[in-house]
Design a protein around this ligand. Sequence first.
Ligand SMILES: C[S@@+](CC[C@H](N)C(=O)[O-])C[C@H]1O[C@@H](n2cnc3c(N)ncnc32)[C@H](O)[C@@H]1O
Length: 266
Amino acid sequence: MSAQARGWAGEVDGYEAYYVPRFAPWVAAATEAVAGAELPDGPVLVPCCGTFPELDALVTTMPGRELRGVDLSPGMVRRARERGAAHAQVSVVEGDASTLEPQSAAAVVSVFGLQQLPEPDAALRSWAEALRPGGRLAVVFWPAVTEDDGPFAIASELVRRHVPPHDWSWQERLVPALTAQGLTVDRDEEPSYPISHPDAAEFFDAYTRSGPMRSLADARGAEFVAGLRREFLARAPQGRWEHRPHARLIVARAPVSSPPSGAGPR
Ligand SMILES: C[S@@+](CC[C@H](N)C(=O)[O-])C[C@H]1O[C@@H](n2cnc3c(N)ncnc32)[C@H](O)[C@@H]1O
């Protein structure tokens, strides 16, 4: 299991309580992007579903459609299965979502998982290959820069002082990965919505206990986290903290007829 997925294993309740309500507008943007579309037969796959916040909107807008979440973290999968238990058409697979079975899906919808995968552009290519003719893809992820200031920006800047630089060059390869598979990219946008935190300390604690810094916090230990917390709070405003980060949304569709076999670079 990757460090990222391990990072979520013990903190499912914290993720669900703190992040799921705050990230809801981006989940809505992704699910709305496929909701009205005419789709081929087959399931909607939701790679990196986490606790499966995409589920309610998909069940409502696509009644009866098979929905299949995939996540690497057993804790997330358990919670996702609980969320889907009332719906016979919903299943959740525990496994690596970097590769999906070719030609297996009517649509692929994924929110805030792509940037966690070891090779996001290769994964997106596989997700494109998973679409049946006429299928749709809607993917939301956090890019390297989400805001100029605000808690995400400050946290990233502090972390960068302590870890080797991350290679974000894959971001430039996403659209080419889709068009090489014959997909048409309908939207490539940076949706931003307001997020509010009770204060800087609550933000930091959620970020390190059940958010993106969890695996680093586990790896480096309590003393490291305490030092980072001091640095973070020294830079943060007092009281409620509002910010407006932007993610990236890519919406694409597969051609109605299949590409000739062997087409498209690997
Ligand atoms: C930030 S959460 C997003 C969950 C959900 N889609 C949402 O919008 O709240 C990212 C999820 O990606 C999962 N993940 C990370 N690497 C993965 C992989 N290789 N395969 C499947 N899931 C993975 C993590 O376990 C985690 O549940």
